[in-house]
Ligand binder design. Structure first.
Ligand SMILES: Cc1ncc(COP(=O)(O)O)c(C=O)c1O
Length: 409
């Protein structure tokens, strides 16, 4: 393939639009200082401090609950762990069917597999959110009683329709909010619609600490169980702000501890990030809007718009490539990479977000026509918070130029 990068990749292969890893959801200096102070003090285990007030993790949990407007947050070592704990709490047994997205990251079916349960994959719509009609259909057909729903890349289905299905089938609803920080439906934060919400603090997420997770709920019993499953034992629950003594005493020895606790250094990195979420969101939203306005009219680009009730975090942009062959779409991704703008197509090249790659679950063999059609040419671009409006103009220009080059082949 003959393509010479022109403006973006400068000598040494560095990109002018700086997508480098160091800037990948950076940790605020205040968080780094707090983490270093925990390490200097040799206090990295969340239950090490004598009092809850001294525990960085307990304070983070209290602050996140306040931000989300919920009663309880339990820190975990990943969102996968939070979701696994959630499935255990709601009583999932081996062989149980769990409704989930056909289009999500493979961590989600993996968690269902971890619980020895069976995913029932629900179709995705053109905007990559769960199709509420198919959810209704699959709930009826399978009799599944649990819904583990992802807001993949921050895409939100019609929540009124989803909640109607939840009510109709009396589903236990767990929300995977790994990609849905500060995201609202009709003014209500996602993560507060179901019995349990699970957030990720892995490096690419809205709050970032390398790894980590946050489990939220308004249910006192769920919170108690989450702390125990994560690895609280004996009377360590007194080092949480919000756990009920009677419930803890009763459940203490009934729940196994899976060693999925958050550690102090993780909580330290996250501490200044809660109050920064709104600012970061504004940066993302302004960038997203500008980039959208510059590319949305291109004949090869289709950007499905969120429903009017949705207010998203906008830290990524997805669009369908239209009117291009598979070969040309793959070439587009290769040339964009050469230009210093890494992108992926969800339905191509053994992508872990394509359910047909999840060979460890039977459902990977299913023919889910809508989902396949909606991921086949779906491009994914990460828009990190350090990128400027000028960067958006450059990205848009490169997209136009690369598509012109592809069309001329
Ligand atoms: C949609 C989605 N859900 C859940 C997870 C799991 O998050 P974690 O890596 O914190 O377990 C991920 C991870 O990238 C994800 O993309």
């Amino acid at each position: 393939m003959q393509h010479n990068s022109r403006r973006l990749v400068i000598d040494g292969g560095e990109s002018i639009v700086d997508f480098n890893n160091k800037a990948f959801k950076p940790i605020p200096q205040e968080g780094i200082d707090l983490a270093v102070s925990a390490m200097n003090a040799g206090v990295m285990y969340r239950y090490q401090p004598k009092k809850k007030e001294q525990s960085i993790t307990a304070n983070l949990e209290r602050d996140f609950s306040k931000y989300m407007g919920v009663k309880h947050t339990i820190g975990t070592n990943s969102c996968g762990s939070a979701m696994y704990i959630a499935l255990n709490i709601v009583g999932v047994e081996p062989g149980d069917k769990i409704l989930t997205n056909a289009f999500t990251f493979h961590a989600v079916p993996s968690v269902i597999h971890h619980a020895r349960a069976v995913p029932v994959l629900v179709e995705s719509n053109r905007e990559w959110a769960m199709d509420a009609d198919d959810l209704d259909r699959k709930a009826t057909e399978t009799g599944a009683k649990v819904l583990l729903m992802s807001y993949m890349r921050g895409h939100v289905p019609d929540m009124d329709a989803v909640m109607e299905v939840v009510k109709k089938h009396n589903l236990i609803f767990i929300e995977d909010c790994a990609h849905a920080y500060a995201t609202l439906w009709n003014g209500q934060l996602l993560g507060t619609f179901g019995e349990i919400g699970c957030f990720s603090t892995q490096s690419s997420k809205g709050m970032s600490a390398g790894e980590g997770g946050l489990f939220i709920t308004n249910d006192d019993e769920h919170a108690a169980k989450a702390a125990l499953y994560a690895g609280s034992y004996e009377r360590l629950w007194t080092k949480h702000y919000d756990l009920d003594a009677e419930i803890m005493d009763r459940l203490q020895n009934q729940i196994p501890g899976y060693s999925m606790r958050m550690q102090e250094v993780t909580a330290a990195m996250l501490t200044p990030q809660i109050e920064r979420l709104e600012h970061i969101k504004n940066v993302h939203v302004e960038n997203w809007k500008l980039l959208h306005s510059l590319v949305c009219e291109h004949e090869n680009i289709e950007v499905p718009m969120p429903l009017p009730q949705v207010d998203s975090f906008c830290d990524t942009m997805q669009f369908h490539l239209v009117g291009l062959s598979r070969e040309k779409a793959d070439l587009f991704i290769d040339v964009m990479k050469m230009e210093g703008i890494p992108m992926q197509i969800f339905g191509a090249k053994r992508n872990a977000r394509d359910y047909r790659q999840w060979e460890y679950v039977e459902a990977h063999k299913e023919e889910l026509g809508d989902t396949i059609a909606n991921i086949e040419f779906a491009c994914d671009l990460s828009l990190q918070p350090h990128l400027s409006q000028e960067n958006m103009r450059t990205i848009a220009q490169v997209l136009h130029d690369v598509l012109a080059y592809i069309n001329a082949q």
